[in-house]
Ligand binder design. Structure first.
Ligand code: FE
Length: 186
């Protein structure tokens, strides 16, 4: 991921979601809530869709940055590896499924590795939607909106997803969220 992509994506796109969320909640009962509660309390209410979209995108991007680390990718270890072996039948199958979900998401959205009950699964979501608004726990996020890859890869989303999987995934982040799932599932 180039410096230019990171500057635009983090400095402009992510910032605008945070600024919009702050504008929407200012002077409302949502103002004092943690962002996850803002997301949960607006997810099912279509009249609050603009607030949900801004807040979910603010959170999704924070989670996305934490899903990556310089020199990441490669193979997971420990409990993450065990969960992937148990639920996908190996890292190669997980990789195929995750890539298919990311590449196959029509239009803007996200690819996720999630925990649903005791199962680790791959899902994709449209626009701002995220696992927390659908009842599961996020473990790993890949932003597949065009702004995430267009400067570096133009239309080649699959090449961006390959780069994410092979060089960027922060497996320590996945392991941490797998361990603290009780907090998120509560
Ligand atoms: Fe983005």
């Amino acid at each position: 991921m180039s410096e230019r992509t990171l500057e635009f994506h983090h400095g402009k796109h992510h910032k605008s979601y945070i600024d919009r969320t702050n504008r929407f909640i200012q002077g409302t009962p949502l103002e004092k809530l943690p962002i996850v509660d803002i997301i949960r309390s607006t997810a099912k209410d279509t009249s609050k869709r603009p607030i949900f979209d801004a807040a979910a995108q603010a959170w999704n991007h924070g989670f996305f940055w934490q899903s990556m680390t310089p020199g990441g990718g490669d193979q997971p270890t420990g409990e993450v590896l065990q969960a992937i072996d148990r639920c996908f039948g190996g890292c190669a199958k997980f990789r195929d499924e995750f890539k298919s979900a990311c590449v196959g998401q029509f239009g803007s959205g996200w690819g996720w590795m999630v925990l649903d009950g005791d199962q680790v699964e791959v899902v994709s979501t449209q626009n701002a939607a995220n696992p927390m608004s659908q009842g599961s726990v996020a473990l790993l996020a890949c932003d597949v909106w065009e702004h995430a890859y267009y400067l570096d890869f133009q239309n080649r989303r699959a090449d961006f997803v390959d780069t994410f999987l092979d060089h960027l995934v922060n497996w320590n982040h996945v392991a941490m969220h797998l361990k603290t799932r009780a907090d998120w599932a509560a």
